[in-house]
Design a protein around this ligand. Structure first.
Ligand SMILES: [Zn+2]
Ligand SMILES: [Zn+2]
Length: 368
């Protein structure tokens, strides 16, 4: 399927269920859904999204600001409410995402397929990383460990509250539909915000600024900004990039509830934009060089095969085939990962050189 068609199909795939939910609300109004249900949905949706955005993400993972233990606990426990995983596993996975964004070890890159980047990745336990490796300091954090131990209590409590206020329809909308919406909005940061939207800063991944997710996820959709400056407590960096979580943090800072708020000055932002441009040119050159090198290697291999006496071809066919297969694989990978890191390019270069050398040795040996 063509890249553009694929993108349109995927966009429909993400948006149509959302439209269906809105239609269902309209059709069922005052029969199976009441105003209270919508208030519950809005209330729990908001605190779930803030729990993930401010609690799990900006506070736990990126240490974007400091605050009092009860406030820290409040946001983290709101995060638990979303059923997106315990805080330690969530954090470890996200730290790994930043370390390998859109490269081989990224737990949820949409370059492996949009579905995989969105939700497919959660089906493999291997994609949930070990906190001892990625965030060992949190194992000493009392608030985090309390949230770990009591994790399931918080979603259950939110469901009980929905039942007490709105009965079973309250549980349906304020509980289940809310979990459906909040999980998909968070996952959209991984899938949509690594696929659709402009890039303000040059980064070594495919991160994008997407205004729809920016609104729905209370600021988390300005994801290219975030990859450029992961520690910043603010993801919106232009006046028009609405960042509700950022505004809440700014307000809490004003009234003295949070401090040591990480922010990026205008000058640093500009410098990053410029540095990004030159780095990009270098990487593009390196990539081109690697491409040419592989083409040459493939030609060289073919010529050596042609020079072999026909009765000896069978003896090297396997080596020839596997080496060529790997070369093609690397070239396809280069097409897929448009923003390869320098390290990755150098590693491939090394690999191609070694493979070529081994194959040449084998061919000369057989020919002799
Ligand atoms: Zn990302
Ligand atoms: Zn992050």
């Amino acid at each position: 399927m063509k890249e553009r068609t694929y993108k349109i199909v995927m966009l429909g795939y993400v948006i149509i269920p959302l439209v269906a939910v809105v239609t269902a609300i309209a059709l069922l109004w005052n029969k199976y859904i009441f105003a209270t249900d919508l208030y519950l949905l809005l209330f729990f949706y908001s605190f779930s999204i803030l729990g993930i955005g401010i609690g799990y993400h900006r506070l736990l993972t990126h240490d974007g600001f400091k605050t009092f233990a009860p406030i820290r606990a409040f946001f983290i426990l709101c995060g638990c409410m979303t059923l997106e995983g315990k805080p330690l596993a969530w954090t470890a996975t996200h730290v790994k995402h930043h370390a390998h964004s859109d490269h081989e070890d990224d737990p949820h890159s949409p370059l492996e397929g949009f579905w995989h980047g969105h939700v497919g990745w959660v089906f493999s336990q291997e994609n949930f990383e070990d906190p001892k490796v990625y965030c060992p300091h949190l194992l000493e954090d009392k608030v985090t460990m309390f949230a770990e131990r009591t994790y399931f209590l918080w979603p259950v409590l939110s469901f009980v509250a929905c039942y007490a206020i709105g009965g079973w329809t309250g549980v349906l909308w304020g509980g289940l539909v809310r979990v459906f919406l909040t999980t998909h909005v968070t996952w959209s940061v991984n899938s949509i915000c690594h696929t659709f939207g402009p890039r303000g800063f040059e980064t070594t991944d495919e991160s994008r600024n997407n205004w729809i997710i920016g609104l729905l996820a209370f600021g988390e959709g300005w994801h290219n900004n975030h990859h450029a400056f992961p520690r910043s407590a603010f993801h919106g960096m232009r006046w028009y990039q609405f960042d509700l979580s950022g505004l809440i943090i700014r307000f809490m800072e004003k009234v003295g509830l949070v401090w040591e708020v990480q922010r990026i000055g205008q000058e640093t932002q500009e410098a990053h934009r410029l540095r990004g441009l030159t780095m990009h040119e270098n990487i593009a050159e390196l990539k081109e060089e690697l491409g040419t090198f592989i083409d040459q290697a493939r030609q060289e291999m073919d010529q050596m095969m042609l020079k072999l006496p026909p009765q000896k071809v069978a003896a090297v066919r396997y080596t020839h085939e596997t080496t060529m297969k790997r070369f093609v694989e690397i070239q396809l990978g280069m097409q897929k990962h448009r923003n390869m890191k320098r390290r990755a390019i150098e590693k491939r270069y090394q690999e191609v050189a070694e493979l070529l050398e081994i194959a040449k040795q084998r061919m000369t040996m057989v020919a002799a």
